[in-house]
Design a protein. Structure first.
Length: 302
């Protein structure tokens, strides 16, 4: 068996030096939690246009929140590296908290508290989003990537990261990667496996509602008509309790009011004990083929 070509790096200075000698576009994909198909999909998408793909392990929630205490790396790094390499990654960066934050917790804080749209559309805590964006900020300064790829499932993370890029004139492009769906219409997401057979059948109403919204967007371009048609599908479905349907600006997550242009359709509803959400990027007045098959229902709160 041949040795894997992917390079596993544990020190930030080694990463900096390694990338200093690379040419072409450098993409970065953050691996939060156990490695799963969404991470691999992000890498595969990045490999279509970038010469070097760097997968970066976020070792733990504590690392994102900048605790200075040492922490053991308990990831199956070698096994993950094999999957990452097959997807297209050239480097797997797995650092300790001590290496990333050798001087302890940062004294300069980043906050997302003023992004009210994050608070409205997710199980929001400023500590979490600020921590993740601060981690991204360090990675950008170390790796100098040209591109960052994030799953469209992580709608709020994409918006917060794009806001950071705009606010601080960071020279990096943030890409939202669409998700594949399974044959029945649900997203191929591990958390959907927690649904019972009956809940899964009922959850398909969210996918139907989303598809109806896309149809209305293509035919009318009316934001109000899109929301009303999408909501009607949920209200008619058995065992589905609609929470909210919104048409959002894909960059700010504020309400999209334009009759034509790109927007994100967000659907949130309760099925049994699960609060599920689905999103789809679309163009009002014309369907954007690139974004029709996006995120399916996923568990937000149990």
């Amino acid at each position: 068996m041949s040795e894997p070509e992917i390079q596993i790096i544990h020190e930030r200075e080694t990463l900096r030096e390694t990338l200093a000698h690379r040419s072409g576009r450098v993409a970065m994909v953050l691996i939060q939690g156990p490695l799963h198909y969404r991470h691999l999909a992000n890498i595969a998408e990045a490999a279509r246009t970038c010469e070097t793909i760097v997968a970066v392990a976020l070792v733990s929630r504590e690392q994102a929140n900048y605790l200075a205490a040492p922490q053991a790396l308990d990831r199956p790094v070698a096994a993950e590296a094999e999957h990452l390499e097959r997807a297209g990654a050239a480097i797997y960066f797995v650092a300790s908290v001590d290496d990333m934050f050798p001087y302890g917790a940062p004294m300069i804080a980043i906050t997302s508290a003023q992004m009210e749209q994050l608070q409205r559309t997710s199980a929001y805590t400023d500590e979490y989003f600020a921590g993740v964006i601060h981690f991204y900020a360090k990675l950008i300064n170390i790796a100098r990537p040209s591109d960052i790829y994030v799953s469209q499932k992580d709608l709020q993370e994409v918006a917060a990261l794009r806001q950071y890029v705009r606010d601080f004139d960071v020279d990096v492009e943030v890409h939202a990667v669409m998700l594949a769906r399974e044959a029945d219409g649900l997203a191929a997401d591990p958390v959907n496996h927690e649904l019972t057979e009956q809940q899964r059948t009922r959850a398909l109403a969210l996918s139907r509602a989303l598809y109806r919204g896309v149809q209305v967007a293509a035919s009318t371009g009316s934001a109000q008509a899109i929301v009303e048609a999408t909501t009607a599908v949920l209200e008619e479905a058995d065992g589905v309790d609609p929470i909210h349907v919104e048409l959002l600006d894909p960059f700010t997550l504020s309400e999209a009011s334009v009759e034509r242009g790109t927007a994100v359709l967000l659907v949130v509803a309760r099925v049994g004990s699960f609060t599920l959400s689905t999103t789809c990027s679309l163009c009002c007045g014309a369907v954007s083929r690139r974004f029709v098959a996006c995120r399916g229902p996923v568990k937000m709160t149990g």
